[in-house]
Design a protein around this ligand. Structure first.
Ligand code: 6GU
Length: 224
C-alpha cells in the first residue's frame, strides 16, 4: 500500500511517520508513506498557495492551482483508489473506514488548512471527505496522522502479533477487557485470581464478561 499526504506544513508529519511502528512498517516494505509540500507546486513567485476568499469572509483559502497540479503529478505516476480531504465537515472516521482504506492500493490524503481550500477542488477532484471528530483543529495534519496510523497498523504483518490488531476495541464493537502484568500483587492491589488460574476457557469467559460490562458502562452506544 502507498499513502501520499499533501500538506502546507509537511515537516509537522516527519517525526510521526519516521518513528516506531510506522517506520518499521515502511522498512519492511509493507507500506510507503510520502509527504508532499504543497508549496513545491505553486506557480507563484513568492511560493504562496492561498488567497483572499471571494465574498469578503475572514481567513485565507488555498487556491486550486497548486492542489490540482500536485494531484495531477501524482496521478500521472499511478492510479489512486481514493483522494481524501481532511475537514471537520467530512464523514466521521471510524474503525470500519480504517479497515476499508487499509485494503486500498494507493490513496492520497490532502490536509485542509487555514479557512479551507477552493471548493472546486472538493467538488471535482476529492473522492472522500473525512473528519476525525466533532472539534476543529488548525489543520488536517493531525487528522491525516491519525488516519494513517489506524490504517497502517491493521495491514497484515505490521503489528507483530496479528491477533492483537483484530481483537482491538471497536473491531467487534466491544471495548477491551482489563489487562495486567507481573507482579501479581503491587501496593496491595491484586490481579484478579481468575487470570492466575491457568484455566483458559474460564479466562476467556471472564474477559468477555468484562468487555460487555465495560462497553455497557462506558460506551452503551456501541451495543445498539
Ligand atoms: Cl479532518 N480537520 C480539521 N481542521 N479539524 C478537524 C478535523 C479535520 N477533524 C476534526 N476536526
Amino acid at each position: 500500500m502507498r499513502i501520499d499526504i499533501i500538506s502546507v506544513v509537511p515537516e509537522s508529519l516527519d517525526s510521526f511517520i519516521n518513528t516506531s511502528i510506522l517506520a518499521r512498517a515502511q522498512k519492511k516494505g509493507l507500506v510507503e508513506i510520502h509527504v508532499h509540500n504543497l508549496r513545491d507546486y505553486t506557480k507563484d513567485k513568492h511560493r504562496r498557495v492561498d488567497d483572499y476568499p471571494y465574498g469578503g469572509a475572514a481567513g485565507m483559502v488555498i487556491q486550486c492551482q497548486p492542489i490540482f497540479d500536485c494531484i495531477e503529478a501524482l496521478k500521472a505516476e499511478r492510479d489512486y483508489d481514493e483522494i481524501i480531504f481532511t475537514a471537520p465537515d467530512g464523514e466521521k472516521f471510524d474503525q470500519p473506514m480504517a479497515n476499508e482504506l487499509s485494503l486500498k492500493e494507493n490513496i492520497i490524503i490532502l490536509c485542509g488548512h487555514y479557512k479551507g481550500i477552493d471548493y472546486r477542488i472538493r467538488e471535482n477532484i476529492i473522492t472522500k471527505e473525512v473528519s476525525i471528530g466533532d472539534y476543529v483543529l488548525t489543520g488536517g495534519e493531525l487528522a491525516a496522522a491519525c488516519m494513517t496510523d489506524a490504517i497502517v497498523r491493521i495491514i497484515p504483518g505490521v503489528i507483530g502479533d496479528e491477533q492483537s490488531a483484530l481483537s482491538d476495541s471497536f473491531q467487534d464493537n466491544l471495548l477491551e477487557p482489563p489487562v495486567y502484568t507481573r507482579p501479581a500483587e503491587y501496593n496491595g492491589w491484586r490481579v484478579p485470581d481468575i487470570l492466575l488460574s491457568g484455566h483458559d476457557a474460564k479466562i476467556a469467559e471472564w474477559e468477555l464478561e468484562q468487555s460487555l460490562a465495560r462497553t455497557k458502562r462506558l460506551r452503551p452506544d456501541l451495543l445498539k
